[in-house]
Design a protein around this ligand. Sequence first.
Ligand code: TRP
Length: 446
Amino acid sequence: MERGSFGTKIGVVLATAGSAVGLGNIWRFPYITGEDGGAAFIVVYLVAVAVLGIPGMVAEFVVGRHGAANAPRAYSLVGGKAWSIVGYMGVLTSVIILGFYSVVAGWCVQYLFASLLGQLNGDAAYVKNYFQQFSTDPIKPLLWTIVFIILTHLVVVRGVRRGIEKVSNVLMPVLFVLLLLIVVASCMLPDAGKGVVFLFKPDFSKVTHSVMFDALGQAFFSLSLGTACLCTYASYFSRQTNLLKSAGQIAAIDTIIAILAGLMIFPAALSVGINPDSGPSLIFITLPNVFQQAFPPVLGYFVGVLFYVLLALAALTSTISQHEIGTAMFFEQMHISRRKGALIETVLAIAIGILCSLSCGAVDLEIAGMSVLSFCDFLTSNILLPLGSFFTCILVGWMAPQKLVRDEVTNWGTTSRALYKVWLLLVRYVSPVSIALVFLHQLNII
Ligand code: TRP
């Protein structure tokens, strides 16, 4: 069977960073930071990325590159048949993420058209109301969700190099430049300083156990960690790819973009008097104000439109990676064509997406007191992703043949052994123990 691969070193980093950078950075990071009190959350988040995130990414890379196969098969090749369960769990988690993520991505597309048609012009109350009306409409957001999943499908069926890698190489750099421009504009708004203080002046009395729980979940979500997504991408890496270095670079890019997104949202939110803790709608009710107030009218129009284009595209490089996990599995395990494998994944994601979209106000659909969308978000980020990463660390740190692991991490003895030792310590002890502690703490057991 012909498997795809990434063509170039920079392609590996950009495609994987394309997976990592998305709504997690620009939508989820700011709203969770807002709910959890600002700077202190960010400090905990940074520790989680460095100590658990990067080592966890490398652990998944090891499984994927060694296995050179879809997730369940790669896990069973490294640890034996029973470990394929972790791969299957990853496939399930990723299709749930794809479902709810596409709803928010669909909102971005709606905002793209609304800004193109000049429908977002008005005062802060108008913009807030616009979001409420649109997101509770039964039809429009649903259609955008489905359109978004189909768009993802179309890129994924084109394959790894011509589809995924090509799209990422162009989009990532443009996104970065535009983000910088909006940060500068946002920080020049009146009273923007309050937002900067909120982001960078930690008040550690705010670090409760749920802050740690959220930081852990956000770190995993943002790095695309814990669903075998990185494992699937690593199955397309070459033997020359330096796993430790790539993980470090991807985590750095991802974190810088998240912080920039914070610098874009909070100064603006506090400047127009919107509460930072307004939840998932935060970016949709702050940004239209920035575009109107911080730029001269024509420029504001273009920056707004361009921003939503790029946001939708950043979301697309992430949904592609979520889609690829299931597609690769159906295609290889069921011995069907790649096109058919992708179709199965698409149908499942659309079913979940419909429920999530309707639950935002059109229909009264709740699980555990949350809309289906918020529930899927919470279940995957806070529970399934940390669990996926926990088991991957146990597999790679303890169960897999140590020579296999060492060879993968040091590229067959050609890169630093000292770094490998530090990594092994983190993966064996620090990661599993910290994840377990945060879980037990959250459940009030300790
Ligand atoms: N990391 C992406 C973001 O921040 C979302 C994402 C893509 C993801 N693939 C994933 C999250 C796999 C968890 C697992 O937008």
